[in-house]
Write a protein that binds this ligand. Structure first.
Ligand code: ZN
Length: 640
């Protein structure tokens, strides 16, 4: 595992870094066959990128392996993506919204784990961005079609997924090798690898075979009232099919009705994808490594290697020190590991081994200082701790927006140039940086000018760069909309905790850190040119906040709001212009707050219809295996 990132709070990370992470995880997923994060975490990265830059070119090709095509092909009918559910409860919640009576029927089909494609009878094309894919007709000699009542060369029209059957992967692919002489890790990795080849002669020679599964070939029907009861058996049936799958597709059986529900910019309402949950295996806990974060140490289990879902697992997360205590996990124990989808595997429980060694530590592995247990984490509070400093400085640099400066260079600066804080970085000149390993005149100049540019910053970036627990860029911005930085430094805990989104714990942290870092903040203020958030023109836009579970991703509505001249915010304050609620009667805390502040409250439907909702932004989509065939009954949309 290379990085432990809080995917729920990506606010400190720059656009370039998010894009780099997405590319990195695409590579791990498709090329290396060693994914490190879950589909959900990948989704969060994609949403953050969309939030930072809705026009980022990466958004159109999210989650697709690079395929060696011979040109672009425009789909006659677009290949849309499906909304996702990760549990039976979520699935039933979706179903409940659309059933007209208990006998409403649903069709359940496998969700294959490969590359989705369309064959129009002569041209085979990948899904691409849904509208336009890559021409991969030259790969047809390797592909066999499987559709209802037919198995053979790809000669008839179909929409489906290019996969390698499980049985083929086990037998045929045990002797097929890549250019470097190694076999493929798993079938998805093999499909991506082969589809990425410009020339398939070598694969033909090795007798490689891919299967194009028609989406309509396999399906089960179930009525709403027996859905829950029959679900386990359906899951088991479909899971036992000889194709790599990562979930199921559930759709309303009544096509006309489903069509009448229509679909939004990105998902048909009458269908949803259900993602499989994890697979568990047992292994032995060999050791625990502690990975440094900016505020705590995170335990990572080192395991006796174990194969889960075609991937060799050597590490699993143990989340935090409290988890190790709660589950009484010790080195030498037999542990159960789960890999849910492609999530970082995690330890479920432990059975005491014959010899047991404490998995917790009391001394910092870096600076040997006594560690502090602050539920649920272990923390090294030694201000001189090198590893903790690296992480804090890295987070600060990201928040202040110095893109080019990654962890290796921060380490070099700390060792070679005695850099300790952001302020030290601001004071570095060309002569310092050029001394660092790997820097030449040009790269040193680039970094110098980037650091110089970063000195022109905003008060909220500066606040976020102080590494106060729980204060990322978003919250910092919302706080500094209400108070200036100077004003904030004078507030007492009571006032601080009354700021929307702060609360007592964060208030305590803010008060303490602003005091502890007071001298440092003053020094830092000397080196920067600060733009104040409070009263700035961007902030003077009317603000809008959304609450409640909505049919689309939040970013979708925020995009509409921006196009209507609103500035979306996450929290309700007295200054909020409008709160849009999925359900006005839900009485959520945001709604109650809005009522108390006298903020305008409106339902989603009302808001959407209030001023010609036309400016729908493009939403990011992910794994191409989520992109499903757009069934015939949706014809008429974006034809040609
Ligand atoms: Zn330490």
């Amino acid at each position: 595992m290379s990085e432990l990132i809080d995917y729920k709070n990506l606010d400190g990370i720059s656009e370039n870094e998010i894009a780099r992470l997405i590319e990195y995880h695409d590579k791990r997923y498709w090329e290396l066959g060693e994914p490190e994060i879950s589909d959900e975490e990948y989704d969060l990265l994609a949403r953050q990128l969309e939030k930072l830059n809705p026009d980022h070119p990466l958004l159109l090709r999210l989650g697709s392996p690079s395929v060696a095509g011979t040109g672009k092909v425009r789909h006659k009918k677009p290949m849309l993506s499906l909304d996702k559910a990760y549990s039976l409860e979520e699935l039933l919640e979706w179903a409940k919204k659309y059933v007209r009576n208990p006998d409403e029927e649903f069709i359940i089909q496998p969700k294959y784990d490969g590359i989705s494609a369309n064959f129009d009878g002569s041209v085979l094309a990948t899904r691409g961005d849904g509208e336009e894919g890559e021409n991969i007709t030259d790969k047809i000699p390797l592909i066999e079609l499987e559709s209802a009542g037919y198995k053979g060369p790809l000669k008839r029209q179909a929409r489906g997924e290019i996969v390698i059957r499980n049985d083929d992967f086990k037998t045929r692919y045990s002797s097929i090798t890549k250019k470097d002489g190694n076999p493929y890790k798993n079938s998805r990795n093999a499909v991506a690898g082969i589809m990425g080849l410009k020339d398939i002669a070598d694969m033909k020679r090795q007798n490689a075979k891919l299967t194009f599964v028609d989406y309509e070939m396999i399906s089960e029907k179930v009525s709403f009232h027996e859905f829950r009861e029959r679900w386990p058996a359906i899951l088991e049936n479909l899971e036992n099919l000889p194709y790599p799958m990562d979930g199921l597709v559930v759709k309303l059986a009544d096509e006309k009705y489903s069509e009448s529900l229509g679909f939004t910019a990105h998902h048909p309402r009458g269908q949803i994808a259900f993602k499989f949950s994890g697979v568990r295996k047992t292994s032995t806990l060999l050791d625990v490594e502690w990975s440094f974060g900016k505020n705590c140490l995170t335990p990572v289990a080192e395991l006796e290697p174990v194969e889960i879902g075609g991937i060799t697992i050597r590490h699993a997360t143990l989340h935090n020190a409290q988890n190790i205590k709660d589950k009484d996990i010790k080195i030498g124990d037999t542990i159960t590991v789960e890999r849910a989808g492609d999530v970082i595997p995690y330890v479920i429980n432990a059975i005491p081994g014959e010899t047991r060694k404490d998995a917790l530590i009391s001394i910092c592995p870096c600076c040997k200082a006594e560690l502090v247990f602050e539920k649920p984490e272990l923390r090294c509070v030694n201000p001189e701790c090198f590893e903790t400093r690296v992480q804090r400085l890295l987070a600060a640099v990201r928040n202040i927006g110095i893109e080019r400066l990654g962890e290796p260079n921060i380490r070099r600066m700390m060792t070679k140039l005695n850099v300790k804080t952001l302020r030290d970085i601001f004071e570095l000149g060309f002569d310092d940086i050029v001394k660092l390993e790997g820097f030449k005149e040009k790269s040193a100049n680039n970094l110098v000018s980037e650091i110089k540019n970063a000195r022109k910053t905003t008060d909220f970036q500066l606040l976020a760069s102080l590494n106060i627990q729980g204060i990322g860029k978003n919250l910092a911005k919302s706080i500094l909309t209400e108070y200036t930085l100077d004003g904030l430094r004078k507030l007492d805990i009571e006032k601080l905790s009354s700021i929307d989104g702060v609360g007592p714990e964060r208030a305590f942290a803010i008060e303490k850190e602003l005091k502890d870092q007071s001298v440092f903040i003053d020094e830092l203020l000397q080196c920067v040119e600060l733009a104040q958030t409070k009263g700035s023109s961007e902030i003077n836009l009317p603000t809008i906040c959304f609450t409640g579970k909505m049919p689309e991703k939040r970013s979708y509505y925020e995009g509409i709001a921006k196009s209507r001249g609103y500035s979306p915010v996450d929290t309700v304050s007295s200054e909020l212009s409008i709160l849009v609620a999925a359900d006005i009667s839900s009485g959520s805390s945001k709604i109650e707050k809005a009522r108390a502040f006298g903020v305008k409250l409106i339902s989603l439907d009302e808001w959407l219809s209030s001023s010609g909702n036309t400016a729908a932004p493009v939403s990011p989509e992910k794994k191409n295996d989520d992109f499903m065939d757009l069934p015939l009954f949706f014809s008429g949309n974006s034809e040609g």
